[in-house]
Design a protein around this ligand. Sequence first.
Ligand code: NIG
Ligand code: FE
Length: 421
Amino acid sequence: MHIDADNCVIENLRRVVTCDGGGPLLGANMRHLNTLEHSPCVAVEDGFVSYVGPRDRLPAALDTAPTIDGRNLVLTPGLVDCHTHPAFVRARADEFAMRLAGASYEQIAAAGGGILSSTTGVRHATDPELLAQTTRNLQRLRRHGVVAAEGKSGYGLSLEHELRQLQAIKDAGEQADMHTVRSCLAAHSLPFEFRGSDEKRAEYLQLVIQEILPAAAKGGLAQRADVFCERGVFSPAETRAVAEAAIANGLRLTVHAEQLSDTGGAAVAAEFEADSADHLEFLSGQGAEAMRQAGTAAVLLPGSTYVLKMEQWADGRGLIERGLCVALATDFNPGSSPVANPAFVMNLAVMHCGFTPEEALAAFTVNAAHALRLSTDEWGVIKPGSRAAFALWDVDHEREIPYYAGSNLCLEVITCRGWRS
Ligand code: NIG
Ligand code: FE
């Protein structure tokens, strides 16, 4: 629901979950979501929250504002999905069937499937097709409560097609009424035409460093760079080279790290004070400590652990207790995580990564905002000055969001005119 008015009041709510603790919620604070009960209301003026509290103390000037009926339900901040790959044009259900029959993700990738199959799809799609599919993917996320999403390229793997993907994510955000943060993931896989020799491999890395990243940074098309640091993909040394180029071009950094093995990507992320290192199923204690000291957030993606049928889940409990900023994201992509439902990801985090339901919600709101370096006064929270973007849930208590596994209980995403300005 988009409210096209200068101001409005959302009333008749059972609970408002503010997630406001003055910044990312760390350690034991992650369980304290700062809720309001007994029919609170939320007022919005010019796209930003102006009041949160009891209805009878609503400032008189807002008495005549249009009202939205909260139906005695639970209002949370609009969710922030801090790791997605939405610019793909085709599902990979064929590979899903191959994996179910016993092939591994790495075997399929080595045979030219996986990321390269999505790359073929993007390269052959027209701009309108790419935009339409990317918009469709962001709309899928929005229907499940997401108002801000990070989106990665990484299925273009050439100057032209990486830029087309980033542009598609930017434009799709406009069409889906979603805020986007864009990351250039040219270092996602070695493209087919650069395989076969060390020289060609080095040539592709030079292309990424000298041409793709500078072009992606230009005009703010991308804000960040990402690297898939993994055994058989890009090494820590190659990740470091891309990170240096990213920083030199004014991009911030994030890294796909320790997903399938302890390759050392988390330490490189920490070395460059990256926004986050993501996946982390095989993160070592040393890697975690380096991240904590660098202020690098830990983004866990249990949707992909689940889809890849991995036995090792990321140690969310340990990372929370160590005091890192821990966030969750869908990793929505056509291969390892065709999962566009944050509540389901929260369920997996509770079932397998040691989160409490409250921690899972903090990880998809204020902590996810911080993982993207979005202001936690504006994003992932409900407080005066925050963005007027909310999720209304068909539940009696926020604990039920991760509990009703697999259902979409997000009844409505509410955004108000000017909220993205
Ligand atoms: O986050 N790990 C690498 N990249 C993606 C998967 C991309 C794909 O399979 O298309 C991920 O899991
Ligand atoms: Fe990913």
